[in-house]
Design a protein around this ligand. Sequence first.
Ligand code: HEC
Ligand code: HEC
Ligand code: HEC
Ligand code: HEC
Length: 285
Amino acid sequence: MKFLIFSHRFFGVRMKRFWFTALLASLWGGLCYGATIDTKSLGYNGGENAHPHNLSSLNTGGGIHAPSGGETQICKFCHTPHGAASKPLWNRPDPVGPNGDGSFPLYGGSDDLVIDDPEVVGDSKYGQNPYPNGASRMCMSCHDGVTAIGEVVNGPEVQLNREMSVEGTIDLSVSHPISFVYNSTVAGLINAQKNNGGTNTYQLPGSNALLDGQDRMQCNSCHNPHVDTRNDSGTYDLPMWRKYTGVENVDYEWTCEQCHVGGSTSAGIYWGSPTVNDHHDLISP
Ligand code: HEC
Ligand code: HEC
Ligand code: HEC
Ligand code: HEC
């Protein structure tokens, strides 16, 4: 279904919207009335759960959400069945960003990057307008730390107990590069230039679900915004992790290895000792 929705290849706009609305409605219906809902999902226990993306007043946890008596719809903060800003029935305004004009910094350690090399940018499209794009731009409409979380396209602003935290604010200049095309041409160019001292080898992911419909890496190559994977006991710290077996290091390595041959500890890709526990800064020492 996901492939059909994002591929642009099978349906005209009207059909796509119809199928998407039907999908959203059935998913929401399932969340409301279904008997078995995964305990990590957004709608678990009638919405009475502390999923960090459950911003409704049903959220019984200590995080950001509407105060008691306030908004009870969970999906509304990101989706709307009517009058959406874009796919997938998106209900958020375009992010303001740290510069106040919708622009964002590129990954700052980019001296070694091949994807932003002038000869490669035509293929990788890294940093080209709009940047970030796709699902990542949707994420940054809250994770820029500037755009009000309760602001929606369809309806009045929703009141919340507080705005985005410092930890939740993502600085793209120190985060893994995103919103670039990663296909066999780009991987071939990276390997030909042998970045990072000639030791790194790149491959295409075995699972193409890691890339979006235009072969781009995005925030959701690593994360799934609908699934709350981090646990309270500290035995699993990867937040909203797309690949989930329940064993943290296995899931982390699986993700990196999809593209970086040798995984997170291969020469050059991690300066310092790999830890998933500090902050979003995957790249610098
Ligand atoms: C915090 C934001 C956020 C919330 C809240 C949210 N979604 Fe999403 N949703 C997204 C983003 C971003 C995408 C597109 C990227 C992706 O698929 O991961 C998406 C995609 C989808 C899709 C397309 C299929 C897919 O998984 O790719 C469906 C269906 C969907 N959401 C249903 C829901 C339902 C139902 C709810 C409420 C229970 C909900 N979402 C709440 C952010 C959100
Ligand atoms: C409607 C606003 C909104 C959107 C859109 C949104 N988020 Fe979030 N996200 C939040 C809030 C609020 C938190 C909790 C932050 C806090 O409490 O510090 C959060 C937390 C997270 C966390 C940390 C979870 C944890 O267990 O600590 C991750 C990872 C995350 N978001 C990823 C994403 C990704 C990836 C996208 C896009 C696919 C996205 N978010 C879109 C509002 C949003
Ligand atoms: C290459 C994989 C990868 C990509 C791409 C990625 N993240 Fe993360 N993200 C992680 C990891 C790993 C963590 C856990 C870091 C930690 O706790 O030290 C994390 C943590 C987070 C958190 C929790 C806050 C924190 O500092 O722990 C948020 C919020 C988040 N990511 C949002 C995003 C957004 C938004 C994007 C896209 C702009 C994104 N991520 C892209 C791997 C990734
Ligand atoms: C979908 C493919 C993909 C996945 C998954 C992925 N990466 Fe990357 N990563 C890339 C590409 C492509 C580059 C840019 C390489 C270039 O231009 O030289 C990159 C760049 C990096 C860099 C920057 C290297 C530099 O020279 O500054 C680091 C560090 C990194 N990745 C770590 C990770 C880690 C850790 C994970 C797992 C949590 C991960 N990556 C997952 C494709 C991926």
